[in-house]
Design a protein around this ligand. Structure first.
Ligand code: PLP
Length: 398
């Protein structure tokens, strides 16, 4: 039985050969290509300038430094986000305070953020989780009333819109990620978007100072090719089965995340990556639309007890993930789906309960949904037939 994967890194035809060619020519084309990529993204996002950096989290670090958020300051972060960012930000001396999420949109809200504002709060990290926009206008208004900065985490939301306006254009600064499963995959890398010219200049300087090289790009390209081969040869069942087994899940998840971290080398964002990005940005709109069509199809077929992530009227998600909330715990369903040839994600395979990681017990929204969230297969090119199968099997398991 051919498995339906949960994720499938996007690549354009002939991409591996092109990347090899581009890496050879990198030194000649570097500054001009990266400049073109930054300009194309500035136009897409609707900001005056952007700066390419080597990861989303590096982007966040540069933004925090530039906004003067440091030792002794408080940063409000979502209770549901990537836990690996926490120690990284905390190492800057910043105290992280989680804002609870709305159990329907899975996003922070102006109300949950307001409940966390103190005299020491300096900024709000507003994530559009799984590509669904949070109420960024409400959060901006609240921030203005308290003289706080808003940083948009757009790691999932390239292609998402609020009232037709792209995410990343609302905050004081925003950052994006181009990791392998992101909406635009440049085999790692990130971006800062902001109206603040000095921040953009500092980020560009930083990227120029980083060591040049393609070890990271090559490593990621190889791991994507390997994963695709393993799926095709049906050899992904054993590791996924271990990941789906409660007694092995923590170890397997740690192994997976540390292998990802090892590939995150401190190398400058390269011209080869920028060229890949320029090629993939051209197909982004079409890919977003196709993902949203598939998500709409699945949502129309779910059993009434399965709750898809809520998108506010007038907003457009990016279609990054298809996450649903189940009436039962997701881990056991995830294992049953795998035995029926469908890969899904549960618990911290999707995102982390950062309220718990930070020692806060007063976030009922995340407590309510964390164990019940299930991430279903969603990637560029997933067929209608596979989406229908996923829903049919999931419905039957409930
Ligand atoms: C919510 C969120 N924020 C930030 C990041 C960091 O991006 P990067 O891996 O490029 O550092 C990620 C990465 O997956 C993420 O999921």
């Amino acid at each position: 039985m051919q498995m339906i994967p949960r994720r499938w890194a996007h690549s354009e035809p002939g991409e591996a050969v092109l990347l090899e060619e581009w890496m050879q020519k990198d030194a000649e084309t570097s500054a001009a290509c990266i400049g073109q990529w930054e300009e194309a993204l500035a136009e897409y996002i609707g900001v005056p300038q952007t700066a390419a950096v080597n990861s989303g989290r590096q982007g966040l670090r540069l933004i925090l430094e530039h906004l003067g958020v440091g030792e002794g300051d408080e940063l409000i972060v979502p209770a549901y986000t990537l836990g690996e960012m926490l120690p990284f930000v905390a190492s800057l001396g910043v105290k992280l305070v989680p804002a609870d999420i709305d159990p329907f949109s899975l996003n922070i809200t102006p109300e949950t953020v307001a409940a966390r504002i103190s005299e020491r709060t300096r900024a709000i990290l507003a994530l559009h989780i799984f590509g669904v926009p949070c109420d960024i206008q409400g959060i901006r208004k609240l921030a203005a009333e308290h003289n706080l900065k808003v940083i948009e985490d757009c790691a999932h939301s390239l292609g998402a819109l609020v009232e037709g306006r792209p995410m990343g254009s609302f905050g004081d600064a925003s950052f994006f990620s181009f990791e392998i499963i992101k909406m635009v995959n440049t085999y790692g890398g990130g971006l800062i978007a902001s109206e603040k010219a000095e921040l953009i200049a500092a980020a560009r300087d930083f990227n120029e100072q980083e060591p040049k090289g393609h070890d990271s790009l090559r490593g990621k390209l190889k791991s994507v090719q390997m994963e695709k081969r393993l799926f095709k040869l049906r050899l992904m069942y054993p590791p996924l089965y271990l990941l789906a087994s409660p007694q092995w899940q923590p170890l397997m998840n740690r192994l997976y995340r540390s292998s990802q971290k090892k590939r995150k080398k401190g190398e400058a964002y390269s011209a080869a990556q920028a060229k890949a990005g320029l090629m993939k940005l051209k197909t982004l709109e079409e890919r977003v639309q196709q993902r949203l069509d598939r998500i709409a199809l699945m949502n129309s077929l779910f059993h009434e007890d399965i709750r898809p992530q809520h998108v506010r009227e007038g907003d457009r998600a990016s279609g990054y993930f298809s996450v649903v909330i189940l009436p039962v715990k997701a881990a056991s369903i995830r294992k049953k789906l795998l035995l029926r040839g469908i890969d899904a994600g549960a618990g911290n395979e999707i995102m982390d309960n950062c309220a718990a990681l930070l020692g806060y017990k007063d976030c009922p929204g995340i407590e309510q949904v964390f164990d019940h969230a299930l991430s279903l297969p969603m990637y560029d090119g997933i067929s209608e037939r596979d989406c229908e199968k996923v829903v049919r099997v999931l419905n039957s398991l409930l």
